[in-house]
Design a binder for this molecule. Structure first.
Ligand code: T4K
Length: 392
């Protein structure tokens, strides 16, 4: 809730010494809590059952409900999205070099590097922020084994073009769909593209299980392999048939997922309302624009992405500082790009030369607070702050 301060001039801005517009911080990624009573009931029942993890009934129910929501054959629930990525990458037999965007959360690159695979960063399309298929083609070498596309902000990557490249070169294709639960492309739910897609149910995602994630796939054998890998390679009591890790989702996380699943439509409604309110509040401000979504398909609208162009009278970083002074904790996701973070910066110093659009996009984006903890009145205040800041 806003503090009620009037923003009539520059002097009213917190960056110029005035009190902040918001008494409490507005976060990007404040968790949405669907049905707390259902969560508590499911948790109580879990405690009574004394079945806390290892493929318990709540995890099985969540897997079945997520799979049917997405229209996909298998959902393999995991302890988080990063382990889900690692397991999917390994189950697909990727090695050598794998092509990924650099403009993504660092987990996408780390999930490869962690397993001794070289992430080869391909540039993005500056308009969509997703992988540019031509750039992907340019990065293919004899050592390339796969492509990990990312549906950034929940906006689908160019799945058809990437599948064509994968087919032509005999590469594995999977997607990091951490942002894209509940989104679609060409009438098909995300979760059905490539050989597998990875979801994140982290607390900051519009649908959360505290920590959690899943790999979804239509490939029966791949799902079996990933279930083995998730549970140390156990194929039964005392029988280990393959190397594995511990990627299991605990029951309490599945309880949270089930309590949130019934409410996702109402969360999406709030996210959509906020997205439209931001568009309205920021309309007409020189140099600022909200990245739009294709409303002919399904979107979760969980990220409101503001782009600050070169003709904006103030810099992106000044805007961030000024918003933070007002207690609007906007973020520079995914600045500066994985290739400018360690260890990749030292390992692959030449990568930057082919990532011109990645750097340009990373330098102009601000992600704004949204979700059920943010209301339209808050967004109007943020609009007034931006308007005063840019009206030099
Ligand atoms: N691939 C992609 C493309 C991803 O974006 C991610 C995760 C992954 C893979 C990996 O999935 P997981 O292994 O995480 O399941 C956050 C999240 O931690 C991360 O899950 C997410 N992407 C990324 C985009 O955002 P940070 O470092 O920005 O988180 P943090 O701690 O700064 O939290 C963000 C804001 O949310 C803060 O202002 C505070 C607020 N917050 C956070 C938590 C956890 C709350 O208000 N309550 C909370 O409980 O990475």
């Amino acid at each position: 809730m806003g503090s009620g301060k009037t923003i009539a001039s520059h002097a009213d801005l917190a960056i110029n010494g005035a009190p902040p517009a918001f008494a409490e911080p507005l976060h990007v990624g404040r968790p949405n809590i669907g049905d707390p009573e259902l969560f508590l009931r499911l948790t109580r029942e879990m405690l009574d059952r004394r079945w806390l993890t290892n493929n318990g009934p709540l995890v099985l129910e969540l897997e079945q409900r997520v799979a049917s929501y997405l229209g996909v054959r298998h959902c393999v629930a995991m302890c988080n999205g990063t382990i889900a990525l690692e397991i999917a990458i390994r189950a697909l037999g990727m090695g050598g070099e794998v092509i990924v965007p650099s403009y993504t959360f660092i987990a996408t690159a780390h999930a490869l590097h962690w397993q001794g695979i070289v992430p080869v960063f391909a540039d993005v399309d500056p308009d969509s922020h997703n992988l540019d298929p031509d750039a992907v083609r340019r990065m293919i070498t004899p050592r390339t084994t796969g492509i990990v596309g990312v549906h950034l902000w929940g906006r689908a990557a160019p799945t058809k073009e990437l599948q064509a490249i994968a087919d032509e070169h005999g590469l594995q294709l999977m997607f990091d769909a951490a942002h894209a639960f509940g989104c679609s492309q060409h009438g098909q739910m995300i979760g059905n593209f490539g050989r597998a897609e990875v979801l994140s149910f982290h607390a900051t995602k519009f649908f959360n299980t505290f920590e959690g994630g899943a790999v979804v796939t239509n490939d029966d054998a791949l799902a079996d392999t990933m279930r083995l890998m998730r549970n140390f390679g156990f194929a039964g009591i005392d029988r280990v048939v393959a190397p594995g890790t511990n990627g299991k989702m605990p029951e309490v996380c599945a309880a949270m997922g089930l309590a949130n699943l019934d409410c996702i439509d109402s969360v999406v409604e709030v996210n959509y309302r906020n997205y439209r309110a931001y568009q309205e509040a920021l309309a007409g401000i020189a140099g600022l624009s909200i990245l739009d979504f294709d409303e002919t398909g399904k979107n979760n609208f969980q990220y409101v992405v503001l782009q600050v162009s070169e003709d904006c009278p103030v810099s992106r970083d000044h805007l961030i500082d000024a918003l933070r002074a007002e207690n609007v904790l906007a973020r520079k996701y995914f600045w500066p790009g994985c290739h400018r973070m360690q260890p990749y910066r030292d390992l692959y110093p030449a990568a930057a030369s082919s990532l011109e659009s990645t750097e340009a996009v990373a330098d102009r984006v601000i992600v704004l607070p949204t979700g059920t903890a943010v209301d339209v009145a808050d967004i109007k205040v943020i609009g007034e702050i931006a308007s005063k800041l840019t009206n030099c």
